[in-house]
Design a protein around this ligand. Structure first.
Ligand SMILES: Cc1cc2nc3c(=O)[nH]c(=O)nc-3n(C[C@H](O)[C@H](O)[C@H](O)COP(=O)(O)O)c2cc1C
Length: 170
């Protein structure tokens, strides 16, 4: 059975729930999936494929997720890797939201050239204005991000389903 590691970073928990939903969907599709916070204690050799994700903060991933990819990329040994970002910039400008994701993934590929990226996407997250530091709350007033849970579970499930044939191809 294909073993998949879903590794994530999070500050406030919304990306953990996305990672859990991805792992559940993979299991429903008869793959063996674990989900865990990205850390040096994970063992890439135990898996056949990887889904790795992080929320965007200030246009980049949380460093633990980026470091995990950079440090573990050689040990992923050319196995398929799918990358996802979570963010709310998308809600204000799809172009800017996608642009932040794409430019981060491009940088990741530069620092980890052996990474076999087979898919990547960005999904809307959960926005609570109270989590912004005061100076960003001031900036947000000029072009407010819609408050609340914007995660589109059906989109996330469809993306996960599209990974199954890629992960199981021999
Ligand atoms: C301080 C702060 C900065 C953020 N910066 C970005 C950003 O640059 N781009 C983006 O798309 N979303 C941004 N967001 C939205 C978060 O990515 C979104 O709320 C996400 O769901 C948080 O994930 P988490 O709950 O797993 O930490 C920001 C949110 C906060 C609170």
């Amino acid at each position: 059975m294909t073993r998949v590691l879903v590794a994530y970073a999070t500050k406030f928990g919304s990306t953990r729930e996305v990672a859990a939903a991805i792992a559940r969907e993979l299991i429903t599709s008869d793959l063996d999936a674990d989900f865990a916070e990205a850390s040096g204690s994970l063992v890439p050799e135990d898996y056949d494929a990887f889904v790795i994700g992080s929320p965007l903060y200030g246009g980049t991933w949380i460093s633990s997720a980026g470091m995990f990819v950079a440090i573990m990329s050689e040990r992923m040994d050319g196995k398929p890797v799918a990358l996802f970002s979570i963010g709310t910039m998308l809600l204000k400008s799809s172009e800017r939201g996608r642009g932040e994701h794409t430019s981060f993934i491009d940088r990741l590929r530069e620092v980890a050239p052996s990474l076999n990226v087979v898919a990547d996407d960005v999904f809307a997250g959960y926005f609570d204005r109270a989590n912004l530091p005061w100076y960003l709350r001031l900036i947000d007033r000029f072009s407010p991000t819609p408050q609340g849970d914007h995660r589109e579970w059906s989109k996330i499930r469809e993306w996960t389903k599209s990974l199954v044939p890629i992960f199981t191809a021999r």
